[in-house]
Design a protein around this ligand. Structure first.
Ligand SMILES: NC(=O)c1ccc[n+]([C@@H]2O[C@H](COP(=O)([O-])OP(=O)(O)OC[C@H]3O[C@@H](n4cnc5c(N)ncnc54)[C@H](O)[C@@H]3O)[C@@H](O)[C@H]2O)c1
Ligand SMILES: N[C@@H](CCO)C(=O)O
Ligand code: NA
Length: 442
């Protein structure tokens, strides 16, 4: 029997992800030891409530509420607690006491990443975070290592499992937003506060991490344009379906030219968009994620798989743990990531894309002409107009027939589209602007 050296692993968090990390670590102890060349000893699991139900049957004596003592005795600390504090302080404590760190916490990395990476670099500690973006899918390591010798031009993908689950259920089963969210929460996909998913904070955090790695530039969270799926109604999904599209929450990070200076710049943005049903992203169902990466030399790459879930996310955490443990026993500093390209992050107003504007209009003569005139005056070229009459709306106390107009545009500048929409809302013929959705992936 081989006598392995011990690597002490402290686990912070025993929830959806943490319980599965602990289970797999204990179940495959021998395999981990032979793979790493050291025994990975789980020294404890820090939790808030010792008696909370767990998704795995784990030895009671491993649980503690004293995270700080657990960190003190650890070689590697895995943080799967979530939230900004005390996660930030615990990770800093771990780094400063000589431990390496594995985290799944995108909120923390997108908010305090610079501080944590600098702290790790100062002492040569390793900081791994594969689980923070797109769950089980290997995407951090490909960007940080495999593509480090290439120039990434564009990333487009679905990076939030919860919202994909909701939109998919609305599209395929006609489910209500609320019912689909309840199931996604039950299945452990949603964040502790699902607002983070619905309002796309989670996707924006992931876009900030992806763009920073891809473009070697710190992309602060507040520079990521963010729109969530709260406004996406059953009607929006139904109209999209009729027109041959599906609504997906997309994260897009790309290199662009700054129109003002002619210099290279970048954009990072997250919003619900229409994707043709023929596009590969249209067939990303349930809580799966998919990320397309376009690089100068490599060309187009596609990463697909489970974006959320306990065992799935635990797989990414454990992959990081194996890497960290191997390096821990060999010694030497952790992996760095360069951010010295310092590219400017462009505002959303400078982005060009196609749009579908859905209007509810009064069914009167001349409506189409006045709507088309507004688009023309703002320099937005119309590609298609579709009309369907349904419903009626009260005007000055009387019911008046209303029609739905869907106007598809050619590629237009975001700022021109925004002024078009404001002007449309002022037209007498327009009862309301039902939705404005970008069309991506053409
Ligand atoms: N659930 C997923 O599918 C998924 C996927 C990828 C990344 N993540 C990330 O993984 C992390 C954990 O997610 P989760 O779904 O397992 O969360 P969870 O809410 O199910 O579990 C959190 C665990 O951390 C413990 N905890 C929280 N605050 C604590 C504190 N102050 N002291 C001690 N223990 C504390 C809780 O007791 C609980 O055991 C988050 O950062 C999340 O964004 C989750
Ligand atoms: N709440 C996140 C977990 C995975 O990061 C999601 O739904 O994608
Ligand atoms: Na991942």
């Amino acid at each position: 029997m081989i006598e392995y050296r011990n690597v002490r692993v402290a686990l912070l968090g025993g929830g959806t992800v943490g319980a599965q990390v602990a289970r797999l670590l204990l179940e495959h102890k021998e395999e981990f030891a032979s793979r790493v060349g050291a025994s990975l000893e789980l020294t404890g699991i820090a939790v808030r409530n010792l008696d909370a139900p767990r998704s795995a049957d784990l030895p009671k004596e491993l649980f503690t509420t004293d995270a700080e003592s657990l960190i003190l005795g650890a070689d590697i600390v895995i943080e799967v607690m979530g939230g900004l504090e005390p996660a930030r302080s615990y990770i800093l404590q771990a780094i400063n006491s000589g431990a390496d760190v594995v985290t799944a916490n995108k909120a923390l990395l997108a908010t305090h990443g610079t501080e944590l990476f600098e702290a790790a670099e100062r002492v040569g500690a390793q900081l791994y975070f594969e689980a923070a973006v797109a769950g089980a899918i290997p995407i951090i390591r490909p960007l940080r290592e495999s593509l480090a010798g290439d120039r990434v031009k564009r990333i487009m993908g679905i990076v939030n499992g919860t919202t994909n689950y909701i939109l998919d259920k609305m599209d395929t089963e006609g489910a209500s937003f609320e019912d689909a969210l309840a199931v996604a929460t039950e299945l452990g996909y949603a964040e502790a506060d699902p607002t983070a998913d619905i309002d796309a904070f989670d996707a924006a955090q992931k876009a900030s991490i992806l763009a920073s790695l891809a473009f070697h530039t710190t992309i602060p969270l507040e520079k990521v344009h963010r729109e969530g799926i709260r406004e996406v109604t059953g009607k929006t999904v139904e109209l999209a379906k009729k027109a041959g599209y599906v609504v997906k929450l997309l994260a897009i990070c790309e290199r662009l030219i700054d129109p003002e200076t002619g210099e290279e710049a970048v954009s990072a943005r997250v919003y619900p968009a229409l994707i043709s049903r023929e596009h590969p992203l249209a067939s990303v169902h349930k809580a799966n994620n998919a990320v397309f990466v376009e690089a100068e030399a490599a060309g187009s790459l596609m990463f697909y798989g489970a974006g959320a879930g306990g065992p799935e996310t635990a797989s990414a955490v454990l992959g990081d743990l194996v890497s960290a443990a191997r390096r821990h026993i060999i010694g030497g500093p952790g992996l760095g990531a360069s951010t010295n390209a310092n590219l400017l992050v462009l505002p959303i107003s400078t982005i060009t894309t196609r749009y579908h504007v859905t209007l509810s209009v009064y069914d009167r003569p001349g409506v189409l002409a006045s709507v088309a005139d507004v688009f023309g005056r703002h320099g937005v070229s119309v590609e298609l107009v579709e009309q369907g009459t349904f419903g009626s709306e009260a005007v000055s106390g009387e019911a008046a027939p209303t029609a739905t107009l869907v106007i598809g545009t050619h590629a237009a500048l975001e700022s021109d589209l925004a002024s078009t929409v404001s002007a449309l809302a002022q037209l007498d013929a327009v009862s309301s602007v039902v939705s404005v959705l970008r069309v991506e992936g053409a």
